[in-house]
Design a binder for this molecule. Structure first.
Ligand SMILES: [Zn+2]
Length: 145
C-alpha cells in the first residue's frame, strides 16, 4: 500500500473524528483503502466511502437495492445508479461475469451457477451464464478426446 494513502486515510479519519481502535495483537483494523481493478474509475467521494466502510465501493454499491444502498452510504439513489454504471457493475447478456478471474467465484460458479448473478437475483442471466459454461465445457471435452 502506498504510504501517502495511509497518511491521507488517517488524516481524513481524524478530521471526521473517527478513532481507529487497535485490537490487542492485531494491526490497525482499517490498515488500507481496499484496492480493486476498478480503482482508476473511482471518484474521491467513492474512495472516502471505502475508507469509512472498510470495503470496496463495488461491494457497497451492490449490497442491496439502490434505495437501501443510498441510505447506507448517505447518497442519493440516483447517484448509486450512476456509480454502478460508471464502475460497470451491472451485468447484461453481453457482459456476463468472468468466473475464471472473479475473486468471489465459488465452486457453484464452475457448474454455471454464478454467485454474483445469484446475489443480484438476475435469474435470466444465471441461466445464460450456465449455458455459456456448459458450452465451454463441451468444447474443451471434445478437444481433449
Ligand atoms: Zn461466478
Amino acid at each position: 500500500m502506498v504510504r501517502g494513502i495511509g497518511k491521507l486515510r488517517k488524516q481524513i479519519l481524524s478530521n471526521r473524528g473517527v478513532v481507529v481502535a487497535k485490537p490487542p495483537g492485531k494491526h490497525t483494523v482499517l490498515a488500507t483503502i481496499p484496492t480493486t481493478n476498478k480503482d482508476h474509475l473511482k471518484t474521491p467521494h467513492m474512495r472516502y466511502l471505502e475508507v469509512v466502510h472498510g470495503k470496496p465501493i463495488e461491494k457497497l454499491l451492490l449490497s442491496g437495492s439502490e434505495a437501501k444502498v443510498g441510505e447506507l452510504l448517505d447518497i442519493d439513489k440516483s447517484t448509486v445508479s450512476r456509480w454502478i454504471k460508471r464502475l460497470k457493475l451491472r451485468y447484461t447478456r453481453d457482459n456476463l461475469p468472468d468466473c475464471t478471474i472473479c475473486t468471489r467465484a465459488v465452486p457453484a460458479c464452475l457448474i454455471g451457477i454464478c454467485v454474483i448473478l445469484v446475489d443480484l437475483e438476475q435469474w435470466d442471466l444465471v441461466s445464460l451464464k450456465e449455458k455459456e459454461i456448459m458450452n465451454d465445457r463441451e468444447v474443451s471435452n471434445t478437444r481433449a478426446e
